[in-house]
Design a protein around this ligand. Structure first.
Ligand SMILES: Cc1ncc(COP(=O)(O)O)c(C=O)c1O
Length: 365
């Protein structure tokens, strides 16, 4: 069994996919070609936002909004320590300081009750992460940030299609980041990402920064980066986007079955009633995490840990001065969470086997 089965997904779309890729090869417009602008429009519509900018990765989709806001040395950006490194890495890369707050134990997202006390005169932005595919507590977060005049950048890299009280992920912040890393719910065949925003001027500035700060060819208004999207990736994503709604429904069905059949033996994902969770990861928790992972792996079932080390405990962030105990909920989560195989084409048989082995481990098969 695979943790995610990208080969099977490819087999199902092979003819369309090869046609789309061949078209780009024939056109030779390899960077920011017509598929990129078409994809931008399609993703903006999908996420209910006005503007979308295709970039080279989810990491660039976080970096560029911060650059466009002029964030740098002396500034602080608040985020979670329980996320993929990129969320906080981009803050440090610009010379600003990542300021962490602990997470909510049930949703693994930012604990917004801790937010206001961490806001200082230096705070320029907050980056909530919609972890595993469920939106953070956005009402509370937006109320606090609006009160203080602070921007919100949504890290929706794991959450395309997720909804918060009927609003799409990516439609609530000043800007939002999507990743199209292959394992994401909409994944390409390499690296790519997208920035979304409802602010026209800000969107234009971000588009220019992602292309070497260029406003007109060879005229450079800003210091920027080479953060452009490859046309081949856009063409691949346009094929996959047609299947995304069905695939998200399939993920929800699989998640319901997992929850129903595992809730008495492990802590299953908690979903707020008003949220649409898109289960980029199906992450359970148990105090016997390492033993259960070993048991499943020995029985041919792959597992993954998202994430084994909280960011404030990473060597690269030592300089921030946090220590063990700074964020107890995030730290405890790193020792207890594990993700199970989850992909839209997972068969009932495969899922039944995962469930059976987990129940067997707990002596409840
Ligand atoms: C929460 C989160 N933020 C940022 C990223 C960075 O995206 P990418 O790998 O496309 O640069 C990822 C994905 O890997 C992610 O899961």
């Amino acid at each position: 069994m695979n943790f995610i089965d990208l080969k099977l997904q490819y087999e199902n779309m092979k003819v369309e996919m090869q046609e789309a890729i061949n078209k780009v090869l024939e056109s030779t417009q390899f960077i920011l070609g017509p598929d990129v602008s078409a994809l931008e429009k399609e993703i903006a519509t999908f996420c209910s936002t006005k503007h979308a900018i295709g970039v080279a990765s989810g990491t660039d989709a976080l970096l560029v909004p911060l650059m466009a806001m002029g964030i740098g040395p002396g500034d602080e950006v608040i985020t979670t320590p329980f996320t993929f490194i990129a969320t906080a890495e981009v803050i440090s890369l610009l010379g600003a300081t990542p300021v962490f707050i602990d997470i909510n134990e049930k949703t693994y997202n930012l604990d917004t009750s801790q937010l206001e006390s961490k806001i200082t005169k230096k705070t320029k932005a907050v980056i909530p992460v919609h972890l595993y595919g469920q939106c953070a507590d956005m009402d509370e977060l937006l109320a606090i940030t609006q009160r203080h005049g602070i921007a919100v950048i949504e890290d929706a890299c794991q959450a395309i299609g997720a909804e918060y009280k009927g609003k799409k992920a990516c439609s609530m912040g000043k800007a939002s980041a999507l990743s199209f890393f292959p394992s994401k719910n909409l994944g390409c065949y390499g690296d790519a990402g997208m920035i979304l925003s409802n602010d026209e001027d800000f969107a234009l500035k971000m588009r220019q920064i992602a292309n070497h700060g260029q406003d007109v060819k060879y005229s450079h208004k800003y210091i920027g980066i080479n953060g452009r999207m490859d046309t081949i990736q856009a063409a691949i994503l346009r094929v996959k986007l047609k299947y995304l709604n069905e695939e998200l429904k399939s993920r929800e069905r699989l998640a319901e079955a997992y929850i129903d059949k595992l809730k008495d033996v492990v802590t299953v994902p908690y979903k707020e009633d008003y949220n649409r969770h898109v289960y980029n990861q199906f992450t359970i928790r148990t105090t016997q995490r390492d033993e259960l992972c070993r048991f499943l792996n020995d029985h041919g079932i792959p597992t993954a840990i998202h994430y084994p080390i909280a960011l404030h405990m990473q060597e690269c962030f030592k300089y921030l001065g946090y220590k063990k105990g700074s964020f107890p909920i995030a730290e405890k989560s790193t020792t207890e969470v594990m993700s199970l195989p989850m992909f839209p084409l997972m068969t009932e048989e495969q899922q039944t086997e995962v469930i059976h082995q987990i129940r067997k481990f707990f002596g409840k098969a």
